[in-house]
Design a protein around this ligand. Structure first.
Ligand SMILES: [Mn+2]
Length: 353
């Protein structure tokens, strides 16, 4: 706990810094369906490396969602490349290598060495140098520490990218993953010129009309188990098409579902155009939704996971809701109020870990 009071110390950072300094051509890549941390960490690193004069290729198989196009350098992101080979690949925020996407993965294989920079569970770690810190709230925080090790200046543009990664992966400093180090790095990024209000407005108050209507449709479908501990919503392919919605418009909808009072787990079922159902799972503390998602061939974090089912929407809802119910601790109360003493440990207030 006290070790989280300082920025994460990762023993492989000097190795990664040497590898980056020694490379003349680099490819940087992030995961499919990129979020603010994937793009923020990749662009922050890329912009910070500019003084080294290297050839940089930035890859995101799914491109850049509209709400992240304000990020400095976003116009340099490509979905593929003609470049034949690289000295070094740096893969950010991706959990495991398959998450870069089936079209980007062979491009990464063209690099002589690979660095994996990530804060996801270590099980999927890959590459020659692994800069991993499962307690970091965001990959952008790890990139900040790496840039310090490289001795490269944090320009306002770099700070903007990294701060975007921090606030999106922490829900604006509200999620359980936040540590003292998150705030220390955020403060350093503000000192370096990141504009928090402008970034927040771009990311959080920039929903399109179609996306807002889609949110409304999803919330109209809201259902719950009799005890209220599992709450879910769905988006039908028909609604999605009729509203002219984009994939990124579903982002964040599930957080409204989990936000219902008494819900231990919130689920969003999205019917895709091919009829498959993509499920987002969000939990509070009591359920590990990554384990539930894994049972259906998916994965993720303890409190945020996803999976895809080839089943009609009502059947998918039934299967996953039952699996989540089975995973609920039987005697635990639905999430305690903030002022309720935690069970056991002599009623000591629960500390963040
Ligand atoms: Mn992340």
């Amino acid at each position: 706990m006290s070790d989280t009071a300082v920025p994460p110390l990762i023993e492989t950072i000097p190795l990664a810094a040497d590898a980056i300094r020694g490379a003349s051509s680099l490819v940087l890549a992030c995961h499919v369906n990129p979020d603010g941390d994937a793009l923020g960490s990749m662009l922050g690193l890329a912009l910070a490396l500019a003084p080294l004069g290297q050839s940089l290729t930035l890859l995101s198989q799914d491109g850049v969602p509209d709400i992240y196009k304000f990020l400095p350098g976003a116009d340099r992101v490509r979905q593929t490349t003609e470049v034949e080979s690289f000295d070094l690949a740096v893969v950010l925020d991706s959990g495991d290598l398959s998450r870069v996407g089936s079209r980007v993965r062979p491009l990464i294989a063209r690099a002589r060495r690979v660095i994996d920079i990530d804060h996801h569970a270590l099980a999927g770690a890959f590459g020659d140098i692994r800069v991993l810190h499962a307690l970091a709230a965001s990959t952008s925080e790890i990139v900040y520490v790496l840039l310090e090790a490289l001795g490269l200046p944090i320009t306002p543009d770099v700070a903007t990218c990294l701060f975007t990664g921090v606030i999106t992966d922490t829900g604006s400093f509200r999620f359980q993953n936040v540590t003292p180090s998150t705030f220390l790095i955020a403060a350093a990024l503000l000192n370096a010129g990141a504009p928090p209000a402008a970034i927040s407005e771009n990311v959080f108050e920039n929903r399109t009309f179609a996306a807002t209507k889609l949110l409304g449709h999803a919330l109209c479908s809201l259902s719950q188990t009799p005890d209220g501990r599992v709450v879910w919503a769905h988006i039908t392919a028909q609604d999605f098409a009729a509203l002219g919605a984009a994939d990124e418009d579903t982002e964040g909808v599930v957080n409204y579902v989990r936000g219902v009072r008494g819900a231990d787990v919130g689920l969003l079922f999205r019917e895709m155009a091919d009829g498959k159902i993509r499920i987002s799972l969000r939990s509070r503390e009591s359920v590990n939704v990554a384990e539930v998602a894994q049972r259906f061939g998916g994965g993720g974090h303890k409190m945020a996971a996803g999976c895809t089912l080839a089943a009609p929407l009502p059947e998918a809802e039934h299967l996953v809701v039952q699996a989540v119910r089975a995973a609920l601790p039987s005697n635990a109360p639905s999430h305690p109020g903030l002022l309720a003493p935690s069970a056991g440990e002599g009623g000591e207030p629960r500390r963040a870990g």
